[in-house]
Write a protein that binds this ligand. Sequence first.
Ligand code: SAH
Ligand code: SF4
Length: 345
Amino acid sequence: MIKIDNMSLEEIKEFLKSLGEESYRGEQIYKWIFSRGVDNFEDMTDISKSLRGKLSDCSEFTKIEILEKIESRKDGSIKALFSFEDGEKIETVVLKDGNRNTLCISTQVGCRMGCSFCSTAKIGFKRDLTSAEILKQVIVMNRLLEEKGDKVTNIVYMGMGEPLDNIENVMRSLSILTDENGLGFSHRKVTVSTSGRVDNIDKIFSLKKPVNLAVSLNATTDSTRSEIMPVNRKFGIAELVGKLRELPLQKRKRITIEYVMLRGINDTIDDAKRIIHIVKGLPVKINLILYNPTIDSIYKPSTEESALKFQKYLTDRNFTVFIRKSYGSDIDGACGQLYAKYKKM
Ligand code: SAH
Ligand code: SF4
């Protein structure tokens, strides 16, 4: 049966037409699904009973269930393990930081990219998420926050999976997410993170409302990067930044460079020097991420001292550099970790 919540507005209108209905009905249904978050036809009160019946005879909604929910006692961050109809599971996290509630969503079950420090990589690749499965994470988590009088303020595509490896569904979800008749989320508050799928980066910029881009650099030489991020064997650092330089960035828009600090691997002052050379001329802000050791990890997080030194070297040279706090460390903040634990139980 066809999933109505996997369709774009145009597709829903076409679908309605194929049922012999006026296409403006499609607009009404689209709003019910994405603007109001309704997941059944009965609740669509301005749609006739007979049409509701027709629709439920030939289409249905994507189901998603929260299997486990953990709330951080330290900072109020919430982590949820979701299960889909086929039993596959993914994680979604809300990271709380002052007034900011950043939702970190997944795009795939597992990941193909095989980064050696990442627990999602250890799952291997199971499957892509559909656009509805991506958006459901937003709808469900926002509802959880609304129950507490709060809401999601920022969305990052930084959970399990490589967003640009599931480009079609990710693009569809981004269009609906930022459409005022869809989820109505400001595109300025949405960020897609990639490990460097150079071949798909410009697609993000072809959106009507382009979202922010984050790139996980994580190393400053091709040999180290290829060792920890196999994607670098295909698209090396020069090719990656070459692509970034070509992007049609809007005024004042900056690319976020993510850099997971691994002790003794990528955290020396020589690395900081090389970063400057790599991002020369690019409008960037740099996020140094404290490594969250995974189960059986061979890596250690950098010491606070070396992270601060690294940061200072760059800020002294006029770069904007944040050290990302280990949010929700008591709830296994890093993606893929709750999943890994669940598998062991
Ligand atoms: N696949 C995309 C988005 C998901 S990973 C990407 O790689 O960019 C999101 C971020 O988490 C990446 O910057 C990645 O380098 C980082 N990351 C992965 N495992 C981590 C861990 N154990 N501790 C800290 N950061 C981690
Ligand atoms: Fe995939 Fe990103 Fe993890 Fe690499 S860091 S394995 S690209 S999720």
